[in-house]
Design a protein around this ligand. Structure first.
Ligand SMILES: *Cc1c(COP(=O)(O)O)cnc(C)c1O
Length: 402
């Protein structure tokens, strides 16, 4: 053993995103393990009573209880923050725990929230049903209509919420313009960035105050665990989010954090490949008889193609399309597939197809669905890591069945 000082190691946060995905946030134990340690522990022990006292008062940093923080979860949070370019991150048990916590923490009874109406079903429940039960009014607007956002603002509006691209119609909302309106109204903008992934869109840089993720999707990307994250400035997390999460307990399990950490290492590779596949599939579908509409933010015929190019680094990994024959056509198409599986998950290594009108958006009336652009023939395809030719051949099977 030499007594030389430890070799200085580069701070991953000063390096390129690909490098951060692999190195950021690692905490090594006294064993010097290479892979991230999985700390399955609820609590922590202290050498002396004075240490416990100092930890509880916050005078000394360190772990006290895994509902508050845990080394494996802390590594996941640090890596997510590095990936997003955010000052702070808090991990949650699921994407919905992230959305619900972020929204509850920014408002109180008597406040008002404005949200884009094309939302993941459970997000829409939080905005439309849950918040009003606690005296927080909400207005849902056509998210692509900036005038509608502006007109919805009330003196008591405290938060904006949006997803972009939206589910399942892949509309693109103008994040910088909506952020500007939010700032003018002294409301905070929360962006659910699941469909874009942290690699293709950076809402904080576009003016958002808070970004939320379902890590269940691309970040795990291999269909294993649920998880979520809330990212924002240190001040916003400290003032609004930190205490709520500690005291109410929607915390991420260390095991799931560990799985997600390993998922992040390959996020770039997977998203790039899946996006290249999605692009090919969208171009293929657009040429087919029987396909009446293709929605892909990376195509020139997308209604907000220019905006997509401005605020995203690519079209993403999802393609939505409408087949002829309404629900019957969509069911025939889905049932004829032999490789692509029917599932409502997304961002997975395996390609998955879903019929929103009868699954994720079943609870809405036909009229409400039509308003969101969800016709009976609409299908949402999450493109996975398979060879695009195999996917194309499978989709041809579906088309033949129409
Ligand atoms: C899946 C999803 C959520 C919810 O995430 P869970 O991890 O399933 O709780 C929220 N928003 C969007 C856009 C999603 O796709």
């Amino acid at each position: 053993m030499t007594s030389a000082p430890p070799r200085p190691i580069l701070d991953p946060n000063t390096l390129k995103p690909e490098t951060r995905l692999v190195h950021a946030g690692i905490l090594r134990s006294q064993f010097g393990e290479n892979a991230e340690g999985l700390f399955l522990t609820q609590g922590y022990v202290y050498d002396e009573a004075e240490t416990a006292e100092a930890r509880f008062s916050g005078k000394e940093p360190g772990f006290v209880y895994s509902r508050y923080s845990n080394p494996t979860v802390a590594m996941f949070e640090a890596r997510m923050a590095a990936l997003e370019g955010a000052e702070a991150c808090r991990a949650t048990a699921s994407g919905m725990a992230a959305v619900t916590s972020a929204m509850l923490c920014l408002v109180r009874a008597g406040d008002h929230v404005v949200a884009g109406r094309a939302l993941f079903g459970s997000c829409r429940y939080v905005i439309e049903d849950l918040l009003p039960r606690f005296g927080v009014a909400s207005t849902l607007v056509d998210g692509t209509d900036l005038k509608a956002w502006e007109n919805a603002i009330r003196p008591n509006t405290r938060a904006f919420f949006l997803e972009s691209p939206t589910n399942p119609t892949l509309e693109i909302l103008d994040i910088p313009a909506i952020a500007k309106l939010a700032r003018k109204a002294k409301a905070r903008l929360v962006v659910d960035n699941v469909f874009a992934t942290p690699l293709l869109q950076s809402p904080l840089k576009l003016g958002a105050d808070v970004v939320v993720y379902s890590a269940t999707k691309h970040i795990d990307g291999q269909g294993r665990v649920l998880g979520g994250a809330i990212l924002a400035s240190q001040a916003l997390i400290a003032e609004h989010i930190h205490n709520f999460l500690r005291q109410t307990g929607p915390c991420l399990s260390p095991f799931n954090a560990w799985v997600l950490l390993k998922g992040i290492e390959t996020l770039q590779l997977r998203v790039e490949r899946m996006q290249a596949g999605a692009r090919k599939i969208a171009d293929f579908l657009a040429k087919q008889k029987g396909v009446t509409k293709v929605l892909y933010p990376g195509r020139a015929d997308h209604p907000q193609a220019k905006l997509a190019k401005r605020q995203m680094k690519g079209g993403g990994t999802l393609v939505s399309f409408e087949v002829a024959g309404g629900k019957k056509g969509a069911f025939r198409f889905s049932n004829a597939l032999r490789l692509i599986r029917i599932s409502n998950n997304l961002g997975d290594a395996k390609s998955l197809i879903t019929h929103p009108a009868t699954t994720t958006h079943q609870r809405f009336s036909r009229e409400a669905r039509a308003e969101m652009g969800i016709g009976d023939g609409l299908l949402r395809l999450s493109v996975g890591l398979e060879h695009p030719d195999d996917l194309r051949d499978d989709l041809a099977r579906g088309l033949k069945a129409l």
